[in-house]
Design a protein around this ligand. Structure first.
Ligand SMILES: Nc1nc2c(ncn2[C@@H]2O[C@H](COP(=O)(O)OP(=O)(O)OP(=O)(O)O)[C@@H](O)[C@H]2O)c(=O)[nH]1
Ligand SMILES: [Mg+2]
Length: 420
């Protein structure tokens, strides 16, 4: 029996009871009213329980992760499953990327003996072996046909190359296939040239003052942004250490006032680096901290002012607006500040990295990308799509958690490590 039949029968039953109501005894009438009231009561209890579970679900998602304009109560009140599920989806995505970002190769053992190039090469070995190695096998052992072309396309996607790049590369292979004497022996050098051609024009715009301190060149202001756990604080720690070693005076601002632990983490790095940190209590206005930090850097005649910010989802409009506000405040202290707005990207993020970069770029006009966690399980192919499609250069690349694990991005070194 389906729901409709049940509904019709219940309807008939109620109509029957109404028709015969005057024939019923008082006892039967009380019984019917009692049953009806209990049913209504049960229904109400069910509704209250459902709403409570929604509120708990929403409270479980931190207030800052709710879509813009939703307070916890409002989100629960709307009873909009989409609000909850879409936020949870993004939460899961970030969580997944955090879990996946744990390197599968422990490079601690080889750090002592390996050069930077070797460590980068080790870090990108997953793509080199898993994608380019497999492509090499395809080209050397099989006749290239439509099926193998599909395989090639799939492999390129697993390297997080992005649609445009995958399309260009496969188009080139198709052209080669259509020739009577197709030759794929040089596919790697063609691909390398193609990728270099995508990166090089963008990389030219990378600002040298980011890497090399020059005496008396004035205060440089660097704001560092990104999603949760991308490696912002660690990158700032490494950068501050490097610049301080070159003789620069560095002041760091702890604008991540969201978590007390974030300030402590930055303090440890600054202490180690021997640079000054400006901080405020948990929950303080991040724009205020940014303002104070830059004012202090200016008064100390510092060479660099680096601002750490709280991680946020690129989809959380309210938090993105807050970041834009922090950025705008800086120009009130020093005209034209910040000189650099760097987006830190966890290289394991995959195709989602491009979406992240687009949103951050839209809100903040990025001047550079920092690619972290290019060690172990990194695929890192998304770097090329991001830099070329946004025309934002990759400034630094990180392959671990120590100071020496951050280096200036070099196109040739990167392509060597990626393609082999
Ligand atoms: N393996 C590896 N781990 C890194 C790298 N960079 C950062 N990490 C680690 O990634 C974790 C998160 O780094 P953080 O610097 O705290 O990231 P964050 O972006 O400041 O995080 P939030 O402030 O929470 O948004 C830490 O455990 C770092 O040690 C890297 O290049 N390789
Ligand atoms: Mg941080």
């Amino acid at each position: 029996m389906d729901f409709n039949d049940l509904f019709i029968q219940a309807n008939d039953c109620v109509a029957d009871v109404i028709q015969r109501y005057h024939l019923l005894t008082d006892q039967e009438k009380y019984l019917i009213v009692g049953v009806f009231s209990s049913l209504v009561g049960l229904l109400l209890l069910f509704k209250i329980a459902r709403k409570r579970s929604k509120i708990e679900k929403v409270q479980d998602i931190s207030a800052d992760e709710l879509p813009d304009g939703f307070s916890e109560d409002e989100a629960a009140e709307t009873q909009d499953e989409q609000v909850i599920s879409s936020t949870e989806n993004v939460k899961e995505e970030v969580e997944k990327s955090r879990v996946e970002s744990k390197p599968t190769v422990d490079i601690a053992d080889v750090k002592e003996s390996k050069s930077w190039k070797d460590r980068l090469s080790l870090g990108l070995s997953a793509t080199r072996v898993g994608v380019w190695g497999k492509l090499e096998n395809i080209f050397s052992s099989k006749k290239i046909d439509a099926d193998t072309l599909d395989q090639i396309e799939e492999l390129l996607y697993t390297a997080d190359m992005g649609h445009e790049i995958v399309d260009d590369i496969t188009e080139n292979f198709k052209k080669e296939m259509s020739k009577s004497e197709s030759d794929f022996s040089n596919f790697k050098s063609w691909t390398r040239q193609y990728l270099k051609g995508k990166l090089e024009p963008v990389q030219k715009s990378a600002e040298v003052s980011l890497f090399q301190y020059t005496k008396n060149s004035g205060l440089k202001v660097i704001m560092v942004v990104g999603v949760n756990g991308a490696g912002k604080t660690t990158t700032i720690g490494k950068l501050a250490t490097k610049l301080n070693k070159q003789g620069a005076k560095v002041v760091v601002g702890a604008c991540d006032t969201f978590r007390a632990a974030a300030v402590e983490q930055l303090e440890v790095w600054c202490k180690r680096a021997g640079v000054e940190i400006i901080k405020a209590g948990s929950g303080a206005d991040p724009s205020g901290v940014a303002y104070d930090t830059l004012a202090k850097a200016k008064s100390l005649d510092a060479d660099y002012c680096i601002l750490d910010t709280a991680g946020r989802l690129h989809t959380a409009q309210g938090l993105m607006d807050e970041l834009a506000k922090t950025k705008n405040v800086l120009s009130k202290v020093v005209e034209g500040a910040p000189d650099q707005t760097l987006l830190v990207i966890d290289s394991i993020t995959g195709q989602n990295a491009l979406a992240q970069a687009k949103e951050f770029n839209k809100a903040l006009n990025l001047t550079g990308l920092v690619l972290t966690k290019c060690d172990g399980s990194s695929k890192a192919g998304n770097a090329i799509s991001m830099a070329s499609s946004l025309s934002v250069p990759i400034t630094y690349i990180g392959v671990g958690e120590d100071v020496e694990d951050l280096e200036i991005f070099n196109t040739d070194e990167y392509l060597d490590a990626l393609l082999g």
